[in-house]
Design a binder for this molecule. Structure first.
Ligand SMILES: [Fe+2]
Length: 310
């Protein structure tokens, strides 16, 4: 692969968007609409050029990233998280760029921004079935180097376990659909890069839950970034409410008690939800995600539990 380190993201050079053939709503897949959108999922589509993908690959395989940002849990053996802002400028700029966000927002039908910096370009890696936990990245890197040298595709790596087991996501987009990340059949590897989004507008509800990400994060960074954007939302909401109040005063209109009480109740719920997400550090166990976030009957763990309870 060509050396790409140091290349800056330029949309004209790195975006090659081919719109999805179909976008599915929540009702299309027989699920309830989420509080913010009826968008469910789209058919796969191309967004970046091969050169952009090469730059991204190069960044995630840097020793600095592989050695310092690796996480594993009972749901997934090998993930890279929280590295983009610190060690992957190309990936970071890609997902922060207004042109990228405009495309994603158009497909989702709502203006979106990345959930928080920590969640930019989360990586799931498929593993060699023979490898122990923690050896996955080295195995993939060695395999990649070998194949580059040889110019061949090697044997499939898949075993019968998914890369990420049944789960719902933490963030407003994807959060209401239980899913797995499956292995790629007949290929040597599967690397998925996931960037989570939330609505840009502060007045929209934000139902982010941190259940599935606390155990696979630098807790201090996760809590800091979560608190920061939520308080910014609150700041913006209060500013908008103050504008309304001042307009009421200037227009000599009557104070709207019902509206103000509604606003206050909404913010009480917002703050209560936020406080609940900040589970004290000593109760968060690294790598251990329970299945309390699952609410459908699809998962094998739910099935096992029901059988055990029956
Ligand atoms: Fe997911």
């Amino acid at each position: 692969m060509a050396r790409t380190t140091g290349i800056d993201f330029h949309p004209a050079k790195h975006i090659d968007f081919k719109p999805p053939s179909k976008i599915y709503s929540m009702s299309d897949i027989l699920l309830k609409k989420s509080p913010i959108s009826d968008f469910a999922v789209s058919e796969p589509f191309q967004l970046f050029t091969p050169e952009a993908i090469a730059c991204m690959r190069e960044e995630i395989f840097k020793p600095e990233v592989m050695n310092n940002f690796q996480y594993s849990s009972n749901l997934a053996q090998c993930q890279l998280r929280g590295y983009a802002a610190k060690a992957a400028p190309f990936l970071y700029d890609t997902w922060k760029h207004p042109e990228t966000l405009a495309i994603i927002s158009k497909i989702a039908g709502i203006d979106l921004v990345p959930e928080m910096d920590f969640e930019i370009a989360h990586i799931n890696l498929s593993s060699n079935p023979g490898a122990q936990k923690g050896e996955d990245l080295a195995a993939i890197r060695d395999r990649q180097l070998f194949e580059e040298d040889e110019g061949i595709a090697g044997c499939p790596w898949e075993d019968d376990k998914p890369i990420v087991d049944w789960h719902t996501d933490a963030y407003p987009f994807g959060r209401y659909i239980e899913h797995q990340a499956l292995r790629a059949f007949g290929s040597t590897e599967r690397i998925t890069s996931v960037t989570s989004f939330r609505p840009k507008q502060a007045s929209f509800p934000d139902d982010t839950v941190l259940t599935t990400v606390r155990p696979i994060s630098d807790l201090s960074e996760l809590y800091l970034q979560f608190s920061e954007y939520r308080l910014q939302m609150l700041e913006e909401r209060i500013r908008q409410q103050l504008h309304l109040l001042r307009d009421t005063e200037r227009g000599h209109r009557k104070f709207d008690t019902v509206a103000m009480k509604g606003f206050l109740s909404e913010q009480e719920v917002f703050l209560c939800h936020m406080n609940k997400q900040l589970v004290p550090d000593q109760f968060v166990k690294k790598g251990e995600i329970d299945d309390s976030h699952l609410f459908s009957d699809f998962s094998s763990s739910s099935k096992k539990r029901r059988l055990a309870e029956a």
